[in-house]
Write a protein that binds this ligand. Structure first.
Ligand code: HEC
Length: 282
């Protein structure tokens, strides 16, 4: 199946099964989970998250909301997710669930609510976090994502202080990353960007990550979600090679193995891309 399908589809299928299957100490499914549009309503929920929820009196993103539902409906301990590891156990299940739920809003435009006071506060907090400098390089999110046409290590960096376009930035995650063969949720994306910033990792689903989600999500208003996307065409790096004689990055030799690896990755990416487009139009 992996050879023929968009690899993200495996995670979608797993997410749908996890939504419908009775699980956990309470042996219940998640079909009564309220993602903001009423119990069990999945379509359109993703493009309005993070939002304020009455029952928890908190602004929650998709993943922190899933933690609430898994706890209240199924009796699953939130610690299993919050203290868990990427790609393992209940945290991996949360990523699969987020992938399937997000995919049900594919092509819909982001329209986060800002009517509740807490939603507006979280936007302001997210904005401050976005511009907060620190760490050994004195970086903020804005250092890498605050200007048009910026690049790092040969990757394009989208400007995230306004709507970056359909399927870019906030509208692109969860995404399947060809480079490491993993499905990454927005929580994982943000965590990795803090790592790039050499900041301590934020806790999974913590208020910091939700506030950043509100800031990015509100800024993305009108952009259409393309989730789940496929990221990192290895060959796209070639278009941005430094001048001859310069190394791609420290220690990177232009060896035969390097070119072979790039081509293999590119062929795989092309295939995944074709299948994804076919699914979009069907
Ligand atoms: C040191 C540079 C750097 C910093 C600082 C940084 N990022 Fe990133 N960010 C990246 C890179 C590299 C990518 C991957 C781009 C790609 O895959 O083409 C990325 C991707 C993203 C994306 C997905 C963009 C897309 O279109 O797929 C989001 C959203 C994002 N970063 C948010 C943040 C936030 C929020 C912060 C602050 C907590 C932050 N970043 C800090 C380098 C950085």
């Amino acid at each position: 199946m992996l050879q023929d399908g968009n690899p993200a589809e495996l995670f979608e299928a797993k997410g749908e099964e996890l939504w419908k299957k009775p699980r956990g100490p309470k042996n219940a499914s998640l079909e009564k989970c309220d993602l903001g549009k009423g119990p069990g309503v999945v379509k359109g929920a993703f493009v309005e998250l993070p939002r304020h929820f009455k029952d928890t009196n908190k602004v929650q993103d998709l993943e922190s909301r899933l933690i609430t539902c898994m706890q209240t409906l199924q009796g699953i301990d939130p610690k299993e997710i919050i203290k868990g590891q990427w790609g393992r156990g209940e945290r991996a299940n949360t990523t699969a669930l987020a992938t399937w739920i997000a995919a049900q809003s594919k092509g819909m435009a982001f329209n986060l609510p800002q009517s509740h006071a807490q939603e507006r506060t979280m936007y302001e907090v997210g904005k401050r976090l976005f511009f907060q400098r620190g760490g050994p390089h004195d970086f903020a999110c804005a250092s890498c994502h605050g200007e048009e046409g910026k690049r790092i290590r040969l990757q394009d960096l989208p400007l995230l202080t306004k709507a970056p376009g359909d399927g870019v930035g906030f509208a692109a995650w969860p995404a399947y990353r060809v480079s490491n063969g993993q499905m990454w949720s927005m929580q994982h994306r943000l965590n990795d960007c803090y790592r790039q910033q050499r900041f301590p990792e934020p806790d999974f689903a913590s208020d910091v990550t939700v506030a950043l989600g509100v800031y990015l999500g509100v800024n993305a208003k009108g952009d259409k979600s393309a989730v789940p996307t496929i990221k990192d065409d290895p060959l796209s790096r070639l278009r941005r090679l430094p001048p001859r004689g310069q190394r791609l990055w420290p220690g990177q030799a232009r060896s035969t193995a390097f070119w072979r690896g790039l081509l293999r990755g590119h062929r795989y990416w092309l295939k995944a891309q074709r299948i994804s487009e076919r699914n979009m139009s069907s």
